[in-house]
Design a protein around this ligand. Structure first.
Ligand code: AMP
Ligand code: GLY
Length: 421
């Protein structure tokens, strides 16, 4: 089969790596891809958000199956457009991808169907939002409604900070139209966990839990990033949590979306907090998280193509989805200054000396046989082992020979959580 993956990060490299193991994949393409991906798949120079360009390319080149990985093309209807052109495509259609595209939509869905989440109100009027913040007091959480590259959330410790966030989003339009509407919600406490789940709109199959490390610096300090590393499974998430989440969150979310006529087929991302009152949803995403995807897919045993096709065909109940009963760690090596400002084009050395880990490329380019940095997150050094501590140790050891100018990484990925146990 001719398969095309849309996207260009570590997540897409991990997806290509997993698909490459399938005996049924004959030709693998990735658009636009990156330096590391180009070793596994033919990279296609079309932007991930160029819906028409992508559909035309897929048609002209006879793709049998397309997997749309990032949020923007999903929200823009890339899957709908592929289907309209007669191409089988994995990922939710735009009307279901809205669970990520609009926080207000998700909150209303959860309220309507009794899915546990933080109490909240939605505002389009700034003065009303400011009055609500005053009345509720702090800590309180302010979120802009739309997609804001993971940066449109402020967990405010004081009323002043919360009001500043409201003004920044609604008056100063710091996130453009994404902030025209804001969600203000109760501040929850407890460990955070991510569960990614495959679904065909009927059956839902949770993958092993995982945990991202969103802040730039050790000890969860500094600005929010796309994710500086991930571990799987998350030690805080017990079998009891898994059972409660299945009954109160996972199945009810699929049922709620079906009842609204928004059938979700793809990977549904449950960002949750294990609060003293039980697990509650922080956010949904309509796709694999990154770097969580790199950690989780490293443990997958089943042929990924079989799973993806079953999600599209509505036959997920017939696939025995298996993961190795081990642990994994993805350590992100980033450009110095990320996520604020950073330079690109630095030569990466030492990749050929890495042992016992897979290095997924997030932002690299390949020129004359040499790799150069080409983004904020550059590499995801991913190792597996029978225990989480060994997987984490292994990732750090594997990363040792790798270097590029101003390389930055957290020293406490995984350890931060293990040491708190
Ligand atoms: P989100 O983009 O909605 O996932 O929010 C980003 C981060 O903000 C989450 O990973 C949490 O750490 C934090 N956060 C979001 N909502 C809440 C909440 N209601 N209470 C406490 N922390 C939150
Ligand atoms: N790592 C968080 C995300 O992909 O949204």
């Amino acid at each position: 089969m001719n398969i095309m993956i849309i996207g260009s990060g570590g997540r897409e490299h991990a997806i290509c790596w997993a698909l490459k193991k399938s005996p049924r994949v004959t030709e693998l393409y990735c658009a636009p891809g990156n330096g590391g991906i180009s070793r596994l798949a033919a990279c296609v120079d079309v932007k991930a958000t160029d819906i028409n360009g992508m559909v035309a390319w897929a048609k002209d080149n006879q793709m049998d199956f397309v997997m749309v990985a990032p949020d923007d093309p999903l929200a823009m209807g890339m899957v709908d457009a592929m289907e309209a052109a007669g191409i089988r495509a994995f990922g939710p259609r735009a009307n279901a991808a809205i669970v990520e595209g609009s926080k207000a939509f998700s909150k209303e869905l959860m309220k309507k169907y009794g899915i546990p989440t933080a109490a909240y109100e939605i505002f389009t009027d700034m003065d009303a939002a400011l009055r609500y913040v005053e009345a509720q007091g702090a800590p309180i959480v302010v979120k802009c409604d739309g997609l804001a590259l993971g940066k449109g959330v402020v967990v405010a410790q004081t009323v002043e900070e919360a009001k500043e966030a409201v003004i920044n989003m609604m008056e100063n339009k710091a996130f453009g139209e994404a902030g025209a509407k804001v969600v203000i919600e109760e501040c929850m406490t407890g460990p955070e966990v991510t569960v990614l789940a495959f679904t065909d709109g009927k059956t839902i199959v949770p993958m092993p839990s995982s945990q991202d490390h969103k802040r730039a610096f050790d000890g969860d300090c500094g600005p929010n990033t796309g994710g500086m590393g991930a571990i799987s499974p998350c030690p805080n998430y017990t079998a009891e949590h898994a059972s409660i989440c299945m009954d109160t969150i996972f199945r009810p979310t699929i049922a709620a979306l079906n009842a609204e006529g928004r059938i979700f087929q793809g990977v549904l991302y449950f960002g949750m907090m294990l609060t003293p009152k039980g697990p509650k949803v922080v956010e949904y995403n309509a796709r694999f998280g990154d770097p969580e995807c790199q950690a989780v897919l490293s443990l997958l045993e089943t042929d990924l193509l079989n799973i993806l096709e079953a999600c599209v065909d509505g036959t997920l109940d017939q696939v025995d989805v298996k993961f190795r009963d081990e642990a994994s760690c993805c350590l992100v090596l980033a450009s110095g200054g990320y996520p604020v400002s950073y330079e690109k084009g630095k030569e990466i050395t030492g990749l050929d000396q890495v042992h016992d880990a897979v290095v997924f490329h997030a932002g690299t380019k390949l020129e004359n046989g040499k790799y150069y940095t080409n983004g904020g997150r550059v590499l995801g050094v991913t190792a597996t082992a029978p225990t989480l501590r060994d997987a984490v140790d292994r990732s750090y050891q594997a990363a040792e020979p790798i270097s590029f100018e101003k390389m930055h990484f957290r020293k406490d990925i995984g350890y931060h959580i293990l040491d708190a146990q």
